[in-house]
Design a protein around this ligand. Sequence first.
Ligand code: NAD
Length: 291
Amino acid sequence: MTAEVLDGRLVAKTVREETARRAAAFRERTGRPPGLATVLVGEDQASQVYVASKRKNAVAAGIADFHRHLGERAGRAEIAAVLAELAADPAVSGILLQLPLPNGADPGELIELIPVAKDVDGLTTASQGLLARNRPGLRPCTPSGVLRLLHEARVPLAGAEAVVVGRSELVGRPMAQLLLQEHATVTIAHSRTRDLAEVTRRADVLVVAAGVPELIGAGHVKAGATVVDVGIHRTGSGLVGDVRTAEVARVARRLTPVPGGVGPMTIAMLLANTVTAAESRHETTEGGRIR
Ligand code: NAD
């Protein structure tokens, strides 16, 4: 068997086009575009590239760009003041604090300053609580991108055995919650899991977000499974994921590539979340007027 490749670039393009149409309709209705504020602290190269790409894609989708770049030495009070200002600005629909912060600073309390209605990364305790309770809210971008890819490929989820490798707040945990809401039977494997291959071989749907290059091989995968590789690692020979793609492709039925799988979906879902945030805010304000 050679696995079907789930093309994240193609699905991401569809999501961006949908989002651009929704952004245009929002602008038509309200007289102003949805707005995304990206907050970058310091000079981390990878973060600069990610933020530039988010801003460029947002503008291309008709979303107004409110970028703030703070110096490496910006303290908590300075970052908090910027977040408070963006929280109060009615033109800003969504706020994203780019992580990691410099010098390994804990972003915990700062993230909580983002109002739940503008939390387009879905990382606040309030957003994660809404997700855990299956209430409407903004969902973290990478796991919701994975779910969209699975839906587009019509992968059956109800009743399926789903295994998520990784339990981070950014990917693994919310991924497991989303799959649970799709009625999958969900198992979370992590760094302390005793026999990883024994657990992952149960999966009809295997989502790998361990951050360990090429951790998952053919021996970890049930024949006919759908395998989603969230990992991204820069190596001497290019980008690789958490999955040994060539050997897993011989066992799996469907597989996401790296690059071109989950990566492009993350930014597309961020844009979709920003428009959703703008729409929800508009609907919940009196008479549709933004206050
Ligand atoms: P993380 O380091 O916060 O979490 C990794 C998780 O994997 C942990 O919960 C840990 O328990 C588990 N783990 C580690 N080693 C393991 C092992 N040997 N066996 C089983 N479980 C193990 O990472 P993260 O933020 O969740 O990201 C995971 C990967 O996804 C990284 O490679 C990251 O670069 C990538 N990522 C990609 C995107 C994207 O847009 N494609 C977005 C976010 C993260």
